[in-house]
Ligand binder design. Structure first.
Ligand code: ADP
Length: 626
């Protein structure tokens, strides 16, 4: 056999390729299996053209993996078209020459030829795990040849004895090193899992002898049995029309693929043709993965091209607010780069991502309309993410998200959307009211909430940190402003009530100023209010920062308690306490100062804030008692 050098700069190229094109060595198997599958498709295509003279039926085509551990070889065989000496020379002797690409170009006359190969480098990825590759091949004309190479040194081509048509690629697996256990590629479990991961939907069977240990009949002993198994599922579930697939099949596929013990909350299928041709199969999980709200969680959909997995988690396919969606996208017209690990340019991907976002939104809306209970379960798992989505990117996603958000209504006692809230607003109500607190029960006890409910208006309960920030970003909904009921600017009074209040404040100006003085910087003002019903006092805020925002912002790492809401101590001017305070101002200012402190502490407690100096407060109360 004559030894030949790789053509032109091939040596350098080969070296570069082996070491830098691919990030994962394991993809070599995907590449060789894809080549085998292409070879079978080519032979089948010939047979169709020749009217079926090749003597092989469609169901006889197969790809076989076999391992010889002693010899450290892994063999990938196919009964595809094989290669002539010339083809061996051209296709394997020339790096970046793709016989498959040429085949597609020469034969594609409107027929759908779904060939995977296109760059002419995949084959050489095998040098990442092998120090020698032997190829034995026989064409349909009966020519048998072999090709052998130990990498950059060159290759040999010579005649060979091969009984059947097709190709055998024998990899002499590298010895183990400290960094890489190459022997793994000789293990059944590893090969099985690589086929599942990358080549599950190759449309020809990938077979391997698999050993298992079975219990002998009538004995406790185990016996080793070997049987030929087909490792790939071949027909992608997403290529079947949704009406052909049962719910159970979808659920099984989901739990096998994403290791979730609970069936998905919703299955979404999408088939698109036109600006972007793709098929998607997506799932909304029923519960949040344990790491969902942490940095460890990686969003993304699996990306397939012609049945071959290209990327495990393609993050660009999902916006952050729908990061909980799992599933896959299959598109044959993606422009892949040479390693197939990345996409050449992301224009198509962007078009697909937009279409997916629209579809997911539509499906969630449908769920909300048709199965409220299920939607509420979904929302309790992922609602916070939707609200973060409203808040991020300066509210850019509000059209997608604002109608998917639920809040608990204090009056209704259950959840409602902003649309439901605004549609149920009684005449005369101008704004959307909300209140913040730890739980809906605590919010219900807020004095200001009581007053708004008494007017017959609904109050949305904001129990999560993100809630108020999200609506601030939203600005308005259906032309209505959001109003925090514990913020000072509420205007629920009639004209009559308003002027009575104005008068009360004016008459007690000096007394209120004295109370403010005795509370120092804790409040920016003390005022009478008409918006309380039974309660004596409450705290409200004025300006941009609400009391809840102060709490949330100061909880953040590094905040150091620097964010302060401007608090106003509001006193119910129709409550008996008002008269008492006025009387004290005239006769006993010392006691009035103490009352101011106690009332301020009461208002903090009702508002869910802590007491700054509990010892001082206890002493004050006791002093007044005796
Ligand atoms: P690609 O698959 O992108 O074309 P490869 O480097 O993997 O690139 O393969 C180069 C060429 O070698 C293929 O295009 C094909 O013509 C030929 N080839 C590789 N493997 C086989 C095989 N198992 N049977 C027949 N031809 C093959």
């Amino acid at each position: 056999m004559q030894k030949k050098q790789f053509k032109t700069e091939s040596k350098k190229l080969l070296d570069m390729m082996i070491h830098s094109i691919y990030t994962h060595k394991e993809i070599f198997l995907r590449e060789l299996i894809s080549n085998a599958s292409d070879a079978i498709d080519k032979r089948y295509f010939h047979s169709l053209k020749e009217g079926g003279t090749t003597g092989i039926g469609k169901s006889d085509f197969e790809i076989t993996l076999s391992v010889n551990k002693e010899a450290r070889t892994l063999t990938i065989s196919d009964n595809g078209c094989g290669m002539s000496a010339e083809e061996l020379e051209n296709n394997l002797g020339t790096i970046a020459k793709s016989g498959s690409y040429d085949f597609k170009k020469n034969n594609d006359q409107g027929e759908e030829i779904d060939i995977i190969g296109q760059f002419g480098v995949g084959f050489y990825s095998a040098f990442m795990v092998a120090d020698k590759i032997t190829v034995c091949t026989k064409t349909e004309n009966g020519e048998s040849h072999m090709w052998e190479s130990e990498g950059a040194d060159g290759y040999k081509i010579g005649p060979a004895e091969k009984a059947t048509v097709g190709t055998e690629v024998i990899l002499h697996i590298l010895p183990d090193t400290e960094e890489e256990k190459y022997s793994d590629y000789l293990e059944e479990y590893r090969l099985k899992s690589l086929v599942k991961k990358y080549s599950d939907y190759i449309r020809h069977p990938i077979k391997m002898a698999v050993t298992s240990h079975k219990k002998k009949e009538d004995s406790d002993e185990f016996e080793e049995t070997t049987e030929i198994q087909t490792l790939n599922s071949m027909v992608p579930l997403w290529k079947k029309s949704a009406s052909e697939v049962s719910e159970e099949e979808y659920n099984r596929f989901y739990s096998d693929k994403f290791f979730d013990y609970e069936p998905p909350c919703r299955v979404i299928t999408q088939n698109s043709e036109g600006t972007a041709t793709f098929t998607a199969l997506m799932f909304i999980p029923s519960h949040a993965p344990y790491n969902y709200y942490s940095k460890d969680y990686e969003k993304g959909l699996e990306l397939y091209s012609s049945g071959v997995m290209i990327m495990e988690k393609c993050a660009d396919l999902l916006p952050d607010h729908f990061s909980f969606v799992r599933g896959l996208v299959d598109s044959s017209d993606l422009s892949l780069n040479i390693s197939r690990e990345l996409l050449q340019h992301d224009r198509q991907l962007k078009v697909i991502a937009k279409a997916l976002e629209k579809k997911i939104k539509g499906e969630l809306e449908k769920l909300l309309r048709t199965d409220r209970e299920k939607y509420e379960k979904f929302f309790s798992a992922f609602g916070a993410q939707l609200k973060y989505g409203l808040y991020t990117d300066w509210g850019a996603h509000k059209d997608v998200l604002q109608d998917l958000i639920l809040f608990h209504g204090a009056k209704l006692g259950k959840s409602l959307t902003l649309k439901e809230y605004t549609e149920a607003m009684p005449e005369g109500q101008k704004d959307i009211y909300y209140a913040c607190g730890e739980t809906a029960d605590k919010i219900l006890m807020l004095p200001q909430v009581e007053a708004v409910l008494a007017k017959g208006y609904e109050v949305l309960c904001f129990t999560e940190d993100v809630d108020e920030f999200a609506v601030k970003m939203l600005g308005k909904y259906a032309e209505k402003d959001f109003k925090n009921v514990t913020a000072e600017a509420l205007d629920l009074s009639t004209e009559e009530e308003k002027s009575a209040l104005e008068e009360a404040n004016k008459n007690a100006e000096a007394m209120l100023a004295f109370m403010k003085e005795s509370l120092g910087d804790a409040v920016s003002a003390v005022r009478f209010t008409a918006s309380l019903k039974n309660h004596a006092v409450c705290l409200s805020s004025e300006g941009e920062v609400s009391i809840e925002m102060e709490k949330v912002l100061n909880k953040m790492p590094g905040a150091g308690g620097e964010v302060k809401a401007n608090m106003v101590l509001e006193i119910n001017h129709t409550h008996a306490i008002a008269e008492k305070l006025k009387a004290l101002f005239d006769i006993d200012k010392d006691t009035l100062a103490k009352y101011a402190k106690i009332l301020y502490a009461e208002a903090r407690l009702i508002g869910g804030l802590s007491i700054e100096n509990p010892a001082e407060l206890s002493a004050l109360i006791t002093e007044i008692m005796i």
